[in-house]
Ligand binder design. Structure first.
Ligand code: ATP
Ligand code: MG
Ligand code: MG
Length: 380
C-alpha cells in the first residue's frame, strides 16, 4: 500500500521507517518546495502533488499548518485521514477551543483577540499573568507572549498587531489570551482511533519543556486517576471529530485534575518513547489506523525516557554502550535549537532506569540535555 504524508520532516521519516515492514510505503509532500520526496533520502519523485494523490491509497499528515489548497485537494480525493476538521482544530487555536468546549473537555479559560480593546478586556477579566498565543501559527513555544504587568501591554500589543495585520481575507489571523495555569506538571496522552471507532491508547507521558520546547518525556509512572481522565478526554475529542489515526493531547496537571493545553492531530514528540517502550509504536499505529489495519498493542512494556537532541551536530555514540539506549537521528541540517534527533532509554524497573539515566547524564551535558540527571534522582 502507498501512503502520502503531508510534510517531510522527522515524523514522516519515522512513519516511513516503521511502515516498511508492513509494506506501507510512504512518500512525503514537502510544502516548502512543493515536491514529493522520499522521507529518508529526501530525493524527489517526478510526480506532481495531483499525480501522487491519484497514485497513493491513503493520505495523511505530519503537521497541522497545511495550506488550504493542498488540504482541499487531499480531502476531495476521499483518501485523507484524520480529516479536515481535525487538521483545522489542530492548526487554529480558536477552532481548537471551540471543539474542546463542544466536547465538554476542560481547558484554560481564554478570550479571542482581534483588536486592542479585546486585549485590555482579557487582561481585566482573566487577570495577570496572561499567556497570549497566535491562533494560526506557532510551535515549540514560538508565536507567544507573556503579559505579566499592564506596563507591558502597549509594547506587546505592537507585536500582536503586526501578526494580526499579516492575515488576509482568505486566511484571517487571530490571537487568544489564556489564563496562566499554575500547573504541577505537564502530561500528554497519545492514542489511535480507527475507522470502526476502536481505540488503542498509550500510557500518559510526563513532559518537561525548556524555553517552550519539549526536552524530556518520561513514561510509566502516572497513576490510574490521571490516566482515566486522559482516556476520557481522548475518547470524547476523537469521537466528536470521527477521528482516524494517532492524536496527541497535551495537558496541565493541576492538583490531579487535567486541563487540556492543546491537541495535535498527528504523531507527537512526546510519543517517541513508544518506539521502544511498547510493542507497537505511535508511528506504526498511525499507519495501521489510516491504512485500515488492526491497531497494535499500546501497553507499557518497559518504563521509558525520551531525550530530545536539540541543535547538536551529532549524538555522542558513547550513549550506545548503555543497554536499551537507542539513538534516532533525523538527517536534518543543523540549526541552533533545532530538533536534530532523540535518544530513547528503557529499563525493567524505576531503579534500573534511574541508573541508566545517571550514566547518560555523565555523557550528555546538563545545559544541552536538561532534566536527565534530575529525572534519575527523582526515580531513585
Ligand atoms: P508545541 O511545540 O507543543 O506545539 P506550542 O508552540 O503550540 O508548542 P503550547 O504548547 O501552547 O505551545 O505552549 C508551550 C508551553 O508554554 C507549554 O508546554 C507550557 O509549558 C506553557 N504554557 C502554554 N500555555 C500556558 C498556560 N495557559 N498556562 C501556563 N503555561 C502555559
Ligand atoms: Mg502546538
Ligand atoms: Mg504544546
Amino acid at each position: 500500500m502507498n501512503i502520502l504524508v503531508l510534510g517531510a520532516g522527522q515524523l514522516a521519516r519515522m512513519m516511513s521507517l516503521e511502515g516498511a515492514p508492513l509494506d506501507l510505503n510512504v512518500r512525503a509532500y514537502d510544502v516548502g518546495t512543493k515536491t514529493i520526496v522520499h522521507p529518508l533520502t529526501l530525493t524527489t519523485f517526478t510526480q506532481t502533488l495531483e499525480q501522487c494523490i491519484a497514485f497513493v491509497d491513503v493520505i495523511t499528515a505530519e503537521f497541522e499548518h497545511i495550506p488550504d489548497d493542498v488540504l482541499a485537494l487531499c480531502c476531495a480525493s476521499g483518501k485523507f485521514y484524520p480529516g479536515k476538521a481535525a487538521i483545522k482544530a489542530g492548526g487554529d487555536r480558536n477552532i481548537e477551543k471551540a471543539l474542546l468546549d463542544k466536547a465538554s473537555v476542560p481547558s484554560a479559560p481564554y478570550q479571542l483577540i482581534t483588536e486592542k480593546a479585546h486585549f485590555v478586556a482579557a487582561a481585566e477579566s482573566l487577570g495577570l499573568p496572561l499567556v497570549i498565543k497566535t491562533c494560526q501559527a506557532g510551535y515549540d513555544g514560538k508565536g507567544q507572549w507573556r503579559l505579566k504587568s499592564l506596563n507591558q501591554l502597549d509594547e506587546i500589543w505592537l507585536e500582536m498587531a503586526e501578526f494580526l495585520a499579516r492575515g488576509t481575507a482568505d486566511f484571517p489571523h487571530t490571537i487568544i489570551a489564556e489564563k496562566m495555569i499554575p500547573f504541577d506538571r505537564e502530561v500528554s496522552v497519545i492514542g489511535a482511533r480507527n475507522k470502526q471507532g476502536e481505540f488503542a491508547i498509550y500510557p500518559v507521558t510526563e513532559n518537561q519543556h525548556t524555553n517552550g520546547v519539549l526536552t524530556l518525556s518520561l513514561a510509566g509512572f502516572v497513576d490510574a486517576a490521571v490516566q482515566n481522565q486522559a482516556i476520557d478526554a481522548f475518547k470524547k475529542l476523537t469521537n466528536e471529530m470521527d477521528y482516524v489515526g494517532v492524536m496527541a493531547i497535551e495537558f496541565f496537571d493541576v492538583a490531579g485534575q487535567l486541563m487540556v493545553n492543546e491537541i495535535a492531530p498527528r504523531v507527537h514528540n512526546s510519543g517517541h518513547w513508544t518506539q521502544q517502550g511498547t510493542a507497537c509504536s505511535q508511528f506504526e499505529n498511525h499507519l495501521r489506523a489510516v491504512a485500515g489495519l488492526p491497531l497494535g498493542d499500546t501497553q507499557l512494556q518497559k518504563p521509558s525516557v525520551m531525550i530530545n537532541v536539540l541543535g547538536q551536530a551529532q549524538i555522542n555514540s558513547e550513549v550506545l554502550r548503555i543497554a536499551d539506549v537507542k539513538s534516532h537521528w533525523y538527517g536534518k541540517s543543523q540549526k541552533p535549537g533545532r530538533k536534530m534527533g532523540h535518544i530513547n532509554v528503557s529499563a525493567t524497573s524505576a531503579n534500573e532506569l534511574a541508573n541508566k539515566l545517571e550514566r547518560l547524564a555523565a555523557i550528555l551535558p546538563d545545559e544541552d540535555y536538561p532534566g536527565v540527571k534530575a529525572t534519575a534522582e527523582r526515580l531513585l
